[in-house]
Design a protein around this ligand. Sequence first.
Ligand SMILES: CC(C)(COP(=O)(O)OP(=O)(O)OC[C@H]1O[C@@H](n2cnc3c(N)ncnc32)[C@H](O)[C@@H]1OP(=O)(O)O)[C@@H](O)C(=O)NCCC(=O)NCCS
Length: 177
Amino acid sequence: MSTQTFHRRDFGEPAPLTPKPMSESKSILSQLMLPNDANPMGNVHGGSIMKMVDIATAIAAMRHCGRQVVTVALDHMSFLEPVYIGDLVTITSQVEYVGRTSMLVRAEVQAENPASGRKVHTSSCVLTFVALGEDGRPVQVPPIQADTPEERQRMEAARQLYERVKKERALLIQTET
Ligand SMILES: CC(C)(COP(=O)(O)OP(=O)(O)OC[C@H]1O[C@@H](n2cnc3c(N)ncnc32)[C@H](O)[C@@H]1OP(=O)(O)O)[C@@H](O)C(=O)NCCC(=O)NCCS
């Protein structure tokens, strides 16, 4: 049986545990939607958008903590408008709240018709990531710093979601099999 070797990304020294500006984690990812992403009617699958969102938000989380990260929860996902083959999808994401080892990342998805230039806001999402150390266990992440009134508002909304999800998790997730 053959064994496959993966190259592990060298993250170097972890980010110091001093506050980092929210804006430093900002990530923008664009991709043209192709037939592989869609159903025969030309509508892009929700799962294709979710995969892109997972990657875009992971980049924002890694930028914040300078560590490898894993997705632990999809806290919110709305599909507000359809996306079609040929649309240019752009996902803008940033970390908006951090716990000890977890980070809440918000993403906004926009679809642009490259021919007409018409842009539509198609999804809003929040995902939670956890930073992992070399041993694969959760590690502390730097605090986040909100520098503008809008960022402070975003941070407070994300904090409320973090607290609510934590309570719901305690009620809903069964840990014994
Ligand atoms: C992420 C993981 C290592 C956490 O392990 P754990 O033993 O639950 O660790 P902890 O209990 O210390 O929790 C770590 C943090 O994750 C948060 N967390 C754990 N489960 C969570 C969930 N379902 N939703 C949201 N946050 C969660 C905790 O609140 C804690 O946050 P805090 O440090 O900010 O307070 C483990 O759950 C795991 O490996 N999950 C699979 C991840 C994965 O494979 N993702 C898909 C591919 S990337």
